[in-house]
Write a protein that binds this ligand. Structure first.
Ligand SMILES: [Zn+2]
Ligand SMILES: [Zn+2]
Length: 238
């Protein structure tokens, strides 16, 4: 499986990650990553960047040697309508955007309410990826989630950090087993992301890859090859 894209990482700017932008980029490059994104937590996450951080990406080069470097955000889904914590006017300027549910920013509701929250976010045309939909502390209807991903042209993430032994998420393997089966049924693409909060994890998808292999997941639905359909799904166009 070709795997040279990592679209979800954090630096010290997120407040609970431990390396600089330059350190993360260098680590990803060393691993052979060809398209690398830095996606800090949006402002509702305690200790993360303020809104103004996300307004100045124009100063950053999009190349490091022959690696493409992209900038975006991991947005917090705030409510059961799927509102997020940055305005569309900023999202449409970003290279890549993820939306996700985090305990400090979202109160789990019923299965229907949690599913509506994700689907509401997917309806936003500037949101590209749903990050780590794998946490049974926020139970969802996976059939509805996957069908909505297809309808709204959104990618579902297989998050390496969720699957690592140090993960605090609720039963991610069982969640992914369900989700991946439905992604095959409805032909919905996924992306493996590191969600690295420290440099040595940048570009590391070992647990995510194992999950996809166990699910016998078709390679043509995995977005991690730079020669594949990546640019059909993210804001940035080369
Ligand atoms: Zn984080
Ligand atoms: Zn997250």
């Amino acid at each position: 499986m070709i795997d040279n894209i990592d679209l979800h990482t954090h630096t010290i700017a997120s407040g609970h990650a431990y390396n600089t932008r330059n350190e993360m980029i260098a680590a990803a490059y060393q691993k052979g990553i060809k398209v690398f994104a830095i996606t800090e937590h949006a402002p509702a996450m305690p200790g993360s960047c303020q809104r103004i951080y996300f307004t100045n990406f124009r100063v950053l080069p999009r190349k490091y040697k022959d690696m493409t470097v992209l900038y975006g955000a991991e947005l917090n889904i705030l409510d059961y309508q799927g509102h997020v914590d940055l305005p569309d006017s900023l999202l449409q300027e970003m290279d890549v955007t993820l939306a996700s549910i985090h305990p400090p920013c979202f109160v789990s509701g019923t299965v229907e309410e949690n599913t509506d929250a994700y689907i509401g976010a997917m309806k936003n045309p500037y949101i590209n990826i749903i990050a780590h939909p794998d946490d049974n502390r926020f139970p969802v209807d996976y059939e509805a989630l996957v069908k909505a991903a297809r309808e709204y042209h959104v990618v579902l993430e297989v998050n390496n950090a969720s699957l690592s032994p140090s993960s605090f998420r609720g039963n991610p393997r069982e969640c992914y087993q369900q989700m991946l089966k439905l992604c095959i049924k409805y032909q919905v693409p996924v992306v493996m992301d590191s969600d690295a909060h420290v440099d040595f994890m940048a570009g590391n998808h070992d647990y995510a890859r194992e999950m996809l292999e166990m699910a016998d997941f078709p390679e043509e639905l995995i977005l991690n090859s730079q020669d594949g359909m990546l640019y059909e799904y993210i804001n940035y166009k080369p």
